[in-house]
Design a protein around this ligand. Sequence first.
Ligand SMILES: *[C@@H]1O[C@H](CO)[C@@H](O)[C@H](O)[C@H]1NC(C)=O
Length: 305
Amino acid sequence: MAILFSFFTFLLLSLSPPQRTLAGDQSCRPTCGSLKLKYPFGSGCGCGSPRFHPYVTCEPTSNQLTLTTHTGSYPITSISYATSTLTITPPYMSTCNSMQQSPNLGLDWTSPFQLGPSTFLLLSCPSPTCSLAINGSPVCDSSSSHLCDSIYTCPSVTGLVLPMFPPSNSCCVYSPANFNSKGELDLRSLKCEGYTSIVSLQDYPTDPNQWQYGVLLKYEKGAFDSYDIDNKCNACEESGGVCGYAPPGNSFICACDIGYNTTTQCRVWMSPGTADALHARTGIAKPRQFLLFIGEYAKVICLSA
Ligand SMILES: *[C@@H]1O[C@H](CO)[C@@H](O)[C@H](O)[C@H]1NC(C)=O
């Protein structure tokens, strides 16, 4: 106990007068646009997991979380922390509202992202699509060709220079999809003009206006992060901080919402007993509660004295 008291006394005496500052300059942001950012995602270098940083950033001008790969940059439209999945909406992907030619879509092998279970429809392919093959294996799932019939009722098919209601044998349901050895959905070698990807049919298999479009990706969390980091990160997030790392060694940091970093967590609520004891020991007016910030820049902050 004595050691604990002198620790608190040391903190109190070594610090500037207690004062609560609410700076909005948190170095690692807890949100990007409407998306909540939690580990392993981060708003920039030093935030989240170092394995995610080169691939995922919060674009400062558009406030849009973006995944960048060797084939392009893709807006991240949702993240599920419970299932370790995210959805990207490639700008040149077709949907029922807009059909267009698409470049190859690719993921980097070195990144922590893999293709999840979306349903790809390859559009405007050479017919008959049953002869489309990758490494000799047929690509198209003929049992789901009703999805092709549905998507080709969208008026925007003309954007792919297809006639209204074109024969759906120029469309191919590719599910589960695999990317080639370069990590790409290789439309060029299949000679398809475009693609769409469906995350969910939303219970309307015949109404492509109701479908949810996007490419579902899975991400690996923890594979290269130590148990220790995950544990520290939970405590940091629960205390209102954002998990990050300090290059070049990439040691764990917790970025706090009043503009500084700690090596543990942002605040610890003191029990009333500890607050009483601290008052008895130091004579400092007893606040109702102390917020204790620990780490590189230790601070004791009193609320509602
Ligand atoms: C806190 O950490 C972030 C991410 O590593 C860094 O950008 C920022 O400069 C640090 N802030 C302080 C006050 O050290």
